[in-house]
Design a protein around this ligand. Structure first.
Ligand SMILES: Nc1ncnc2c1ncn2[C@@H]1O[C@H](COP(=O)(O)OP(=O)(O)OP(=O)(O)O)[C@@H](O)[C@H]1O
Ligand SMILES: O=c1ccn([C@@H]2O[C@H](COP(=O)(O)O)[C@@H](O)[C@H]2O)c(=O)[nH]1
Length: 238
């Protein structure tokens, strides 16, 4: 198995995983390791678009956000994803990849706005596109942004790289008896209220017939395995 199973993918990277063992923020060794994994699959010719979460930064400001208006807190969360996107793009530049950050909220002095045809052009040119600021709307998450942008760019699959190695019957960090699914349908994931991804993201992918693969961001080689179509993580399907 040396040929990629996909031509174009939407990779959702965990923001929270970016902090590594630090209490919050961006851990240098962690981002470099993530980028090395990304570079490996980009150099295989796979067209890569990335959405990164904001949990690593937002967690650090959470005590100050207590009691805050929800929409305001959500805009702060979206700005956190812009910071992560900039850090990710710069780390990619340092290993010789060309990345473009596109934001769903207007901050033109910092990053260019999300314009779908431009994003498609970048992907066709082999550039890695990082979609920042989620969907641009409060009350959503970057999982939903991944489902939305994945649908818009015609990705074949959404790859959710997170802190656990798949979808379990319950949160494996809380329930030691939880067991992992190798595949699960969208309807079952939604009806069981599995919290690994939000229901809006599951529902959008289901309606668009866009499969999701949930796998570990921590396990070395897991992203490459997924790209090569190996048995890795959990496939969520229609
Ligand atoms: N049924 C389940 N199966 C697997 N993981 C689950 C389940 N229920 C809850 N989880 C938790 O969901 C987490 C992943 O989702 P979450 O969206 O919180 O993180 P993320 O996407 O990695 O971070 P960020 O939002 O910062 O990008 C896992 O770390 C796991 O502990
Ligand atoms: O479309 C979106 C995406 C995100 N947010 C806010 O940002 C934070 C961070 O995103 P995570 O997916 O949790 O990593 C999220 O909690 C929301 O507050 C948003 O409002 N809209």
């Amino acid at each position: 198995m040396t040929k990629p199973a996909y031509k174009r993918v939407l990779l959702k990277l965990s923001g929270e995983a970016l902090m590594g063992d630090d209490p919050f923020g961006i851990n240098r060794a962690t981002i470099e390791r993530m980028v090395a994994d990304v570079a490996e699959v980009s150099r295989m010719g796979v067209e890569l678009a990335i959405v990164i979460g904001g949990g690593n930064i937002f967690r650090g400001v959470a005590p100050g956000a207590q009691g805050m208006d929800r929409a305001t807190a959500d805009y702060m969360g979206m700005l956190a994803t812009v910071m992560n996107s900039l850090a990710l793009a710069d780390a990619m530049r340092q290993v010789g990849l060309t990345a473009r950050v596109m934001s769903a909220i207007g901050i033109e002095q910092v990053v260019e706005p999300y314009v779908r045809p431009k994003a498609l052009q970048y992907l066709e040119e082999g550039k890695v596109v990082v979609f920042a600021a989620g969907t641009g709307n409060p009350f959503f998450t970057t999982d939903t942004a991944a489902a939305l942008r994945g649908s818009e760019i015609g990705a074949e699959i959404v790859l959710k790289a997170t802190k656990v190695d798949g979808v379990y019957t319950a949160d494996p960090k809380k329930d030691p008896n939880a067991t992992r699914f190798s595949t699960i349908s969208f309807d079952e994931a939604i009806s069981r209220h599995l919290q690994v991804m939000d229901a809006t993201a599951f529902a959008l992918c289901r309606d668009q017939k866009l499969p999701i693969k949930v796998f570990s961001i921590v396990k070395p080689g897991a992203l490459k395995n997924v790209i090569l179509g190996a048995d890795e993580g959990t496939l969520v399907h229609v």
